[in-house]
Design a protein around this ligand. Structure first.
Ligand code: UDP
Length: 323
């Protein structure tokens, strides 16, 4: 049986990848230091013999007993309020963590994939964003810690590929949503759904004319599995090109849920990208992949998940510090 190591295993994407890799018949070792992850996301695997959880910070020396065929490095704080609260950990997991795991991959002769991000494009001046765009990133702004950590992560991964001939993959992941997101992580989808369920106004930042393109988690996981199987080492965008403004999105959610919530406009956070839409031509050609789950379908599944939370969890609000 092949062993796969997944970092960030207790997080939103990480835990979905654990499930998928178990379904693909791997033995899975999940690593997480639980600073933003939650063991609740792995609770259903308690009696799964092919799954092992290790609480560990990958920014320190990381080792695993026995053979490993693949490492997926998905550990990172991933929402703007997290980068503000724990900027140094965000930088370290993308840099030191990546270096340690590349070392582990080299020692085990394992395939290695990193979770890069559309944030490498910063506040993009090219639209939609294709892999050949170099980006427009403010290295010293509040989001810079995440953007630069991920850019460094890409550079380091390519260096190990070029120097040590490591079998590497770089997924550039655009906004993804679904069950197991943290209700209080400040990102727009859990924030709006939480506000609707608590019958509060929806907080739209700025005029709400900034755009995002949301991909449902199951589509993304399929893209990751296909990328892992492809012989391709340069970055590949994975996301859903279905673009919406944030204001239209708020109105869509209100319509979808029949909510009576109103819209409350708040200050736009610093360096909030004005537009974001993946160009997925490469993923289509290379992987025969494109998202299939419509926003309505994905949102219904996500809302159903949040509705199952306890009243205490629902009341626990996000604390954006910069508004
Ligand atoms: N946003 C908003 N209201 C909220 C949370 C976020 O209007 O309560 C906006 C935010 O300013 C950004 C977009 O929604 O333009 C997506 O934000 P998110 O934090 O989900 O992710 P980002 O794509 O900015 O990393």
């Amino acid at each position: 049986m092949k062993t796969i190591v997944i970092t960030g295993a207790a997080g939103f994407l990480g835990s979905h990848l654990v499930d998928r890799m178990l379904a693909e018949e791997y033995r899975v070792i999940g690593i997480d230091n639980l600073i933003t992850g939650d063991l609740k996301n792995l609770e259903h695997l308690k009696s799964e013999e092919r799954f092992e959880f290790v609480e560990h910070d990958v920014t320190t020396f990381t080792s695993v007993a026995g053979g490993v065929s693949c490492i997926l490095h998905f550990a990172s704080p991933a929402s703007p309020i997290d980068y503000l609260k724990i900027p140094i950990q965000t930088l370290k997991v993308g840099s030191l963590g990546t270096h340690n795991l590349l070392g582990l991959a080299k020692a085990k002769n394992a395939k290695f994939m990193i979770a890069s991000t559309s944030e490498v494009y910063g506040d993009p001046l090219e639209h939609p964003q294709s892999e050949s765009y170099y980006g427009n990133v403010n290295s010293i702004g509040p989001r810079g810690v995440y953007d630069e950590a991920k850019r460094f992560q890409e550079s380091m991964t390519m260096a190990y590929h070029r120097v040590h001939k490591l079998d590497t993959r770089i997924a550039r992941i655009f906004n993804t949503y679904g069950p197991r997101m943290r209700l209080n992580d400040g990102r727009v989808i859990p924030a709006f759904i939480g506000q609707i369920l608590r019958e509060e106004p929806l907080t739209v930042f700025g005029k709400g004319d900034q755009t995002r393109s949301f991909c449902f988690v199951d589509d993304l996981v399929e893209g990751i599995v296909r990328l892992l199987a492809a012989e391709y080492h340069l970055p590949v965008n994975l996301g859903n090109p279905d673009e919406t403004t944030i204001l239209e999105f708020a109105q869509e959610l209100i319509g979808l849920t029949g909510s009576k919530s109103e819209i409350l406009f708040k200050l736009l956070p610093e360096d909030d990208p004005l537009q974001r839409q993946p160009d997925i031509k490469l993923a289509k050609e290379l992987l025969g992949w494109e998202p299939h789950i419509t926003r309505r379908e994905g949102l219904e599944k996500t809302i159903a998940y949040f509705k199952r939370l306890s009243p205490e969890e629902l009341r626990h609000k996000e604390h954006r510090t910069f508004n």
